[in-house]
Design a binder for this molecule. Structure first.
Ligand code: ADP
Length: 815
């Protein structure tokens, strides 16, 4: 599962890395293409500049054309300068154009344009020179001087006729001039002379005309040359331009092709890259989906396996519960009967056999209890309580319970608990006691001589939180290093021969460890084989109060008196009951009220005690052997001394009304199991004592006795005992002793089919069992009490149950 997860992560990361590499490659490629494209765009701009240059050259040429015309017209130097500047600029631009085309050789074209330009300039200059000459040549004075030489006999003044072939302006000039000359030489001019003058003039004019025509021709020729030159120049420029344009077009097409190719290539690359990325993503998605499906399948399989394991655990738990329960019942019966047989007359051999049976039964019962605990721990059903207790007291109690009173070994038990542990702390005293009991009993079991030291400390971790450290150190056989590793596992025993010798199931330490963990604590072991072992438990606890001093018994009594809700101190009560449990229960209640107490187990003894003592009150059972409650009240009321003595009947009989009791002389009657409050109220009324009902809060925290179990609930008795553990102990012990006898008698009566005796016995047993809420056995006893017949099997069943109950109670007070 974990590796599948890791593989998915690796795949996702690899996928991302590959996609990132491909994406960077694509970006790099596209960037490269963009750069190339911008270079093409750059060259485009350059080309545009070249075209602009060409068109500028063309414009400049036109301008120079205009300037040249103006120059020809005016012949002004200023215009010539402008023209030259324009030609220079054209040449400069041509040079620039040539330079900008690195790849194309324009030299030929520009050379020829330059030459044409030079030629044009030459032509222009010549034309201007011609024009100048024209302007500077005075044809009229020439003509005049020529005409002065003409014959003075020229007399014909008919100018019109004479100059009819001349141009008007010539004619005009000549006429003016002739008028003038006639005025001067009127006397001298003769007709003859006039003819010769005309001839001369004609000739002069013809010459002039010729010269003029020649000049005009020359100008025209120059102009034509200039025009031609311009044309050629323009053509050359046009062809240059066309060539450049052509080249430019080709370049543009080429660039467009390159660009298109580039675009195609880029889009192809992008498409291919995209496809590859898609494929990779697809590959990884398929792969990851495969992995996820696989891991889902594994998960489903794991869940199935987990469900199966849980169902197995549940079945095992059920099986364990069933088997332990089924084992416990017959086992307690065996033990019960063993106890019964032990009380009969037996020879030594039989006693020995019975001892063996008892030991084995006890061993199996311990094993069954351990198994039950273990299965509860494994199923997480072992509940932990948070109760207040005194660890020092708990340690002392446990030691007292575990170490047999009649020590047969030479082993010193040393308790070294620090003063700090003599306080009230909060944790689960039952579990801590269970742990401690196992450690101490192990130490006792595996130590033949020397000492067992039980030490305890309360370490401060924070303000309220403390660590309870208890260690049990013995000088016993010790534990080998190999064994230490598995000592806390189930069924781990070092050496079967030792176990056989010492007994044990191999579950104790496994349960101990789990219990310690359940309490958020731990257990550690230090041991040397042959030298002893030291088990240390560390349990986090909460400190409740600083009560250091262990209250002495007397102090306790004082305290109890102080807080008595009904103070009967100084008064004496006689309690009569044939059922030891009930008797001791009532005794404890009376004690808690401060009474001085006398007891009797039947009416006869009661009467005897009554006569020899002075009593303030009698509390009596009704159904008793020898002399019952009714007989007793009869005797009491008929005796003058006791006729006003308050007597309260405590009866389990429900078939007789209260009035019957009061009629025969009882002051009151309480139905067993009565409530302490009822009893106190009744006593207070009869003895005129103050009684204020106090909220009687059951604080199971103060006891080490397990108050509740599957087959009993001792809360009421705990209440009766005034929440005193020792009193509880006494009551239960009394009940167990009485019940043992009652059972024997019951079996006899059942065998003899003596229903009446059975009924009486059941009646005697019922109140106490009711008080203990031992519901399983109550039903049968009620049948017996009402003289109903029951089958052999029912009786056997009842017997098993009551033995089981007694065994549980016994464990509870001795644990
Ligand atoms: P058991 O019920 O057999 O005592 P435990 O789990 O309590 O089971 O103990 C397991 C084994 O650990 C014992 O059988 C014994 O071999 C060893 N062991 C436990 N406590 C001690 C000790 N104080 N000294 C020597 N050996 C011990």
């Amino acid at each position: 599962m974990l590796s599948a997860k890791r593989s998915i992560t690796v795949k996702v990361v690899t996928g991302y890395v590959i996609v990132a590499i491909l994406a960077s490659l694509a970006v790099w490629y596209v960037y490269d293409q963009v750069i190339a494209y911008s270079q093409i765009a750059q060259s485009n701009t350059e080309n545009n500049q070249q075209l602009i240059l060409v068109s500028e050259i063309s414009t400049n040429l036109n301008e120079s054309e205009n300037t040249s015309r103006r120059l020809i017209q005016s012949g002004e130097q200023e215009e010539l300068k402008i023209y030259n500047a324009q030609i220079d600029s054209i040449k400069g631009k041509l040079r620039k154009l040539e330079e900008t085309y690195e790849n194309i050789d324009l030299e030929k074209e520009t050379d020829s344009i330059n030459k044409l330009l030079d030629q044009k300039t030459e032509n222009l200059k010549e034309l201007v020179a011609l024009r100048d000459t024209d302007r500077n040549t005075n044809y009229y004075s020439k003509a005049l001087s020529e005409l002065k030489n003409i014959d003075a006999s020229f007399k014909d003044y008919n100018y019109e006729n004479r100059f009819r072939n001349l141009k008007p302006y010539q004619k005009d000039v000549l006429v003016k001039w002739l008028e003038y000359s006639r005025e001067d030489n009127a006397e001298r001019i003769t007709t003859q002379r006039l003819d010769s003058v005309v001839k001369s003039v004609k000739r002069v004019l013809t010459d002039l005309e010729f010269a003029n025509r020649q000049f005009q021709n020359e100008v025209i020729q120059k102009e034509n040359e200039l025009l031609n030159n311009d044309m050629i120049l323009n053509q050359q420029l046009q062809s240059l331009l066309a060539g450049l344009e052509q080249k430019e077009r080709e370049n543009t097409v080429e660039r467009a092709e390159v660009f298109q190719n580039m675009l195609n290539k880029t889009s192809n690359i992008i498409i291919i890259g995209g496809c590859i990325i898609l494929l990779i993503i697809l590959y990884f998605i398929i792969n990851i989906i495969g992995d996820i499906t696989r891991s889902q399948r594994y998960r489903a399989e794991l869940e199935e396996a987990k469900d199966f394991a849980e169902s197995l655990l549940a079945s095992r738990e059920q099986f364990m519960a069933a088997i332990t329960h089924d084992l416990r019942s017959p086992l307690t019966t065996v033990m019960g009967y063993t106890d019964l047989i032990q009380k009969t007359d037996l020879n030594d051999k039989q006693k020995h056999y019975l001892n063996q049976i008892k030991k084995s039964s006890e061993f199996i019962l311990r094993l069954v209890n351990d198994l039950l605990d273990l299965s509860k721990l494994e199923a997480g059903k072992m509940l932990i309580e948070k109760l207040s207790f005194n660890p020092k007291k708990l340690i002392h109690d446990t030691v007292n319970n575990v170490i047999p009173a009649e020590k047969k070994k030479d082993v010193d038990i040393i308790i070294e608990v620090s003063d700090e542990t003599n306080v009230q702390i909060q944790s689960d005293p039952f579990r801590i006691k269970q742990i401690l009991a196992n450690l101490i009993s192990n130490a006792w079991k595996f130590t033949e001589e020397g000492e067992i030291v039980i030490s305890a400390e309360l370490k401060n971790t924070s303000d309220k939180n403390h660590l309870l450290e208890i260690s049990v150190e013995d000088s016993g056989i010790g534990i080998s290093k190999e064994m230490q590793e598995s000592i806390f596992e189930e069924f781990s025993q070092e050496n079967s021969s030792i176990e056989k010798r010492f007994g044990g199931s191999g579950l104790g330490l496994a349960i101990t460890k789990r219990l310690a963990k359940l309490l958020d604590g731990d257990i550690t072991l230090e041991s040397e084989q042959g030298e002893g072992s030291k088990f240390t438990i560390l349990i986090p606890v909460v400190k409740i109060s600083e009560t250091r001093e262990e209250p002495e018994r007397e102090e306790l009594t004082d305290q109890t008196e102080e807080s008595l809700d009904l103070d009967a101190s100084g008064k004496k009560v006689l309690i009569i009951d044939d059922e030891p449990g009930q008797l001791s229960l009532t005794v404890e209640v009376a004690k808690s009220m401060g009474f001085e107490i006398e007891t009797a187990e039947n009416g006869k003894i009661g009467l005897e005690k009554l006569r020899s003592n002075k009593f303030d009150l009698i509390l009596t059972d009704i159904q008793m052997p020898i002399l019952d409650g009714f007989e007793l009240i009869n005797r009491v009321r008929t005796d003058e001394n006791f006729k006003d003595l308050p007597v309260i009947a405590l009866s389990g009989r429900t078939d007789i009304e209260r009035e019957v009791y009061t009629e025969v002389g009882f002051n009151n009657k309480l139905l067993k199991p009565y409530k302490t409050k009822e009893l106190k109220q009744s006593i207070a009324n009869l003895l005129h004592l103050n009684y204020e009902e106090k909220e009687e809060k059951v604080e199971p925290a103060l006891t080490n006795i397990q108050l509740k179990s599957d087959n009993y609930d001792l809360t009421d008795i705990y209440e009766f005992s005034g929440q005193d553990e020792d009193a509880m102990h006494t009551i239960i012990q009394a009940f167990l002793n009485g019940a043992q006898d009652s059972l024997e008698e019951l079996r006899d009566a059942f065998d003899e089919k003596d229903t009446d005796r059975m009924g009486k016995l059941a009646h005697r047993m019922l109140p106490m069992l009711r008080q203990m809420r031992a519901n399983e056995v109550i039903v049968v006893l009620m049948k017996l009490e009402s003289r109903e017949e029951i089958t052999e099997q029912q009786f056997d069943n009842f017997e098993n149950k009551i033995f089981e109950l007694m065994s549980s109670l016994n464990t509870s007070i001795t644990a």
